[in-house]
Every structure is written in C-alpha cells, then in structure tokens.
Ligand binder design. Structure first.
Ligand code: ADP
Length: 190
C-alpha cells in the first residue's frame, strides 16, 4: 500500500503524471482542483464557494477543502493506495491528512515533488489556458497570483515532509516519459 503526495507549483505537471502513475501503481488519484471544478460545473454550493477563491488565484479555505478531501477518501474505502494531487497545500491540510491516514491505519509514504522554475510555469499555464477552458489559466495576473500563493502557503510543506524523511524532489523539465521515469524510480524504492 502506497500513499503518495504528488507535489509542485501550479503547472508543474502533477495532473499529467498522476494520470499515468495511477495506472502503473494501481492507485486512486484524487485531485482537489478536479473535484472543485466538477462541483463548479454542477453548480453545487461547494462549487460556488470554491469558484470565488479560484477565480482570483487564491486557495479555498482549509476547512472546506479538508472536508471535501475526507469525503473523497471515504468513497474509496478498499483502495490500494492514493495519489494526492493538489493536496495538502497548507500545513493545516498536511496535519489533517496525517490524521486521516492514521485513522485508516495507514500513512503517507512520500511527497514526490516536481521542480520547475517560475517562468516555465507561467509559459506552460498560458499555453494550457488556450485550450483548457480553465479561467484561472487564461489570465497572467491570476497565474502569477497562484504561484505567489504557492510560495506564501504551500512551499513550506517541503520542510514538513523533509523532517519526516519523506521528501523526494524530481526535475520536472523534460518529456512526459522522462519525468515519468524519474518519478517511477523514486516510487519503486518506497
Ligand atoms: P494548479 O495546481 O494547476 O493551480 P489545481 O487544479 O490543483 O491547479 O487547483 C486549482 C485551484 O483550486 C487552486 O488555485 C485553488 O484555488 C483550488 N485548490 C485546489 N486544491 C486546493 C487545496 N488543497 N487547498 C485550497 N485550495 C485548493
């Protein structure tokens, strides 16, 4: 049983890699961004609330996000393990995840982080914005705010997992296959 936090700033390629990793390792992929977008599309109360933050490039409040994440994990009781993509994004979320894993008599095995410099991130997100239909990718100001939010609130989580000996950084620049190989090398050793 492996539970992996796939980490990195917006545009680092977490979603792309999670899609292929989940097949290789038979893991359930939970993307908090995808769950929020699903709720926005279906005009749920959660979606309306999340949208007000996402459109500005800010994080959705912890309590809302944590409740949603708990519910997603709950839906997959028999899972072999999880890839968490876009969660945790704050220390409070990381503590909540540790508690949730503990309750399931499990744990996070590793945070695997995709490392990509900021200018490449902005380029990638603007490019994605041309076809993704995501309003938060269409505007450079919102993209830069998401990256700032990442440095203000999320980047610190590296230290949180480093202290537990669970942090693994991987170069996130290269072809999809090359990056997949780098991630696999780390995960195979867990
Ligand atoms: P990206 O990493 O490309 O910015 P995501 O799809 O992971 O995009 O997330 C999109 C948005 O959803 C974020 O900018 C944020 O507003 C919200 N969001 C996603 N995950 C979280 C989280 N764990 N905590 C708070 N907000 C979140």
């Amino acid at each position: 049983m492996k539970n992996i936090v796939l980490f990195g700033p917006p545009g680092a390629g977490k979603g792309t890699q999670a899609e292929i990793l989940k097949k290789k390792y038979q893991l359930v992929h939970i993307s908090t961004g995808d769950v929020f977008r699903y709720n926005i599309k279906n005009a749920t109360e959660l979606g309306t609330l999340a949208k007000s933050y996402m459109d500005r490039g800010n994080l959705v409040p912890d309590e809302v996000t944590i409740n949603m994440l708990n519910a997603e994990v709950e839906k997959n009781v028999g899972a072999n393990g999880f890839i968490f993509d876009g969660f945790p994004r704050t220390p409070v979320q990381a503590e909540a995840l540790a508690k949730l894993m503990d309750e399931r008599e499990s744990q996070i095995n590793a945070m695997v982080a995709l490392e990509v410099n900021d200018e490449i991130l902005v380029e990638r997100l603007l490019e994605r914005g041309k076809s993704s239909g995501r309003p938060d990718d269409a505007n450079e100001e919102v993209i830069r705010e998401r990256i700032s939010e990442y440095y203000r609130k999320t980047d610190i989580l590296k230290e949180y997992y480093q202290k537990q000996g669970k942090y693994f950084g991987v170069d996130g620049v290269g072809s999809i296959e090359e990056i997949f190989e780098r991630l696999s090398e780390v995960i195979n050793k867990l």
